[in-house]
Design a protein. Structure first.
Length: 548
């Protein structure tokens, strides 16, 4: 029997850091830059579960994936780029920008890839956070294989003790060379004064349970947009028409190997033209000048801030934007019955407003069919809808988004007295002061936390504001030689009462959406402009915290 070889990882060791950051997306990168540049802290580590940095933009590589905020605004204010290729960038351009930023600030030395954070516990006697991680290390060894066993493949999972799991696979490489691939997953314990959770809220895919079960039973290919691979067959069904769906569908419709594309729509979305295009050489040359770049960024910022009125109830901007969207859809789509199915009946802004130049025109393509009837069942041929129509499907593409509520389910976080964050403090609805500070969880900070999301502008601006608040708090601690900070319970309650009162003025409660959590509470969006949020974080009051 072939030996799997020794564990190549060193024995588990306990490491101590000033700060541990979870996630190497925009939030994690911004935090690391500010800790290093403004506070001079270099004893930190960023744990990233992926094999590459990028967060959401590492996960989503489906055809057509791009941002719906302009490139010059969906980027850091402290690391601007003059030569973006397009007004709205593709996912790979955004990922490359993030890698450039890491290289510029020399952050790669802090980033530990392929590392899953299992748990985070506040240790009172140490006044530190204990972080347990599992890191996957892959090693490949070539070996001699008898001719009679050519093509042999097996896998074995064993528990090696000391928190290690080992998966051993034998077979042949792409060049036909026999090899053993060993993936060793070892548990490591680390400690840090500060624990910063910057894991992206949109990373847990949602796949309808009945579709998942049917795909297994009837041996149908099923692909979620965040786990992209090309679908098999000629008849493809796309389930979902949200932000990822409207980007993917036009790309699939252009593929000559796909004979027919069936779009299963549960609820239509308000869609506006994106007006995306390439930047000209002249524009890039002008934007090389920092002052012009700053002015352009300010212009984009103000245009989004002024559009915030769309989301307020009884505001003229909402009905006007609805009228424009209806005119746009009816002008583009030739079949008026199809056009009518693409227009929502709920107020604009209640769900995410979508931007696209090529989604609405796709319904003039004879190979694309819009289906609004409810799916009643699945069979070997494909799908049967409520009106009894059979649709023969070879592969299902699922564009149903992500589980915002389950985004942190994989991570066990315990604060003072062992209080669990998800099972206790956030049992019904997540709450945090400025989406960043949670009472009972000292020296712990969230990024893109509860009610720090946006429906109208770049999330990166909110992230920078949150990081600035964290930096201000840590500076105060360093100046006064404090070891522990914790937001007061009264501060969190007062802030959440302000949120609840302000949320009543917005249309987000007028329909069901992923913005809403338990009992219809909106724990996602900030009910004011980003300028208001920036002011609150900039003027962080130290009297809102307890220090020791």
């Amino acid at each position: 029997m072939m030996s799997s070889g020794p564990n190549t990882l060193p024995p588990p060791t306990e490491k101590h850091y000033d700060a541990i950051i979870v996630g190497a997306g925009f939030s994690g990168i911004c935090t690391a830059v500010k800790l290093q540049e403004e506070l001079g802290k270099t004893n930190m580590v960023i744990f990233e579960k992926g094999s590459r940095i990028g967060g959401t933009w590492y996960e989503n590589t489906y055809p057509g994936a791009e941002c719906d905020v302009e490139s010059h605004l969906y980027s850091f204010s402290f690391y601007t780029k003059y030569n973006w290729n397009r007004v709205f960038s593709k996912s790979n351009d955004i990922r490359n920008y993030m890698e450039d930023c890491c290289n510029h600030y020399k952050l790669m030395k802090y980033i530990q890839l392929n590392t899953f954070v299992v748990s985070a516990d506040w240790i009172e006697r140490l006044q530190e956070w204990k972080i347990v991680t599992k890191t996957v290390v892959t090693s490949v060894k070539e070996y001699s294989l008898p001719p009679s066993t050519e093509g042999y493949h097996s896998s074995l999972k064993t528990d090696e003790g000391n928190g290690s799991d080992k998966i051993v696979t034998s077979g042949t490489s792409g060049t036909g060379t026999p090899q053993i691939v060993t993936e060793t997953c070892q548990e490591v314990v680390s400690y840090a004064k500060f624990f910063i959770c910057s894991a992206a809220p949109l990373h847990v895919p949602v796949i309808p349970k009945d579709l998942k079960e049917a795909a297994v039973v009837h041996q149908k290919d099923i692909i979620h947009t965040s786990k992209w691979r090309d679908p098999k067959g000629k008849n493809i069904a796309v389930v979902g028409n949200g932000a990822s769906g409207i980007q993917l569908i036009p790309q699939l419709a252009e593929r000559p190997n796909i004979e027919h594309l069936y779009i299963f729509q549960r609820t239509p979305n308000w869609i506006l033209p994106k007006f995306n295009r390439n930047y000209s050489l002249v524009e890039k040359c002008l934007l090389w000048f920092p002052f012009i770049r700053l002015c352009y960024r300010w212009f984009l910022f103000m245009s989004h801030e002024l559009a915030f009125g769309v989301f307020r109830k009884n505001n003229w901007a909402g009905p006007w934007t609805e009228w424009f969207s209806k005119k746009y859809i009816n002008w583009i789509v030739k079949d008026k019955e199809v056009a009518a199915k693409l227009i929502p009946t709920y107020p604009i802004g209640c769900k995410r407003i979508l931007l696209s130049d090529d989604y609405i025109p796709v319904f003039n393509n004879p190979k694309v069919t819009l289906i609004t009837d409810k799916i009643s069942g699945y069979n070997k041929q494909g799908v049967v809808t409520a009106n009894g129509t059979q649709y023969n499907i070879d592969s299902f593409v699922v564009a149903t988004g992500f589980d915002l509520r389950g985004a942190l389910n994989y991570l066990r976080v315990h604060g003072r007295h062992g209080q669990p964050l998800l099972e206790s403090r956030w049992k019904e609805n997540p709450e945090a002061f400025l989406g960043t500070f949670v009472d009972g969880f000292p020296n712990a900070f969230l990024l893109a936390g509860p009610n720090s999301g946006t429906a109208h502008i770049s999330l990166v601006i909110y992230i920078e504001a949150q990081v600035q608040a964290i930096v201000k708090l840590i500076k105060h601690m360093d100046r006064n030689n404090y070891q522990v900070s914790e937001v007061k319970t009264s501060t969190v309650k007062n802030f959440c009462a302000w949120l609840d009162d302000n949320l009543k003025d917005f249309v987000w409660d007028q329909c069901n959406s992923w913005y809403l959590f338990y009992k219809g509470k909106n724990a996602t969006l900030y009910p004011e402009t980003v300028s208001d949020f920036e002011e609150k974080t900039r003027n962080l009051n130290m009297n809102d915290f307890n220090f020791s």
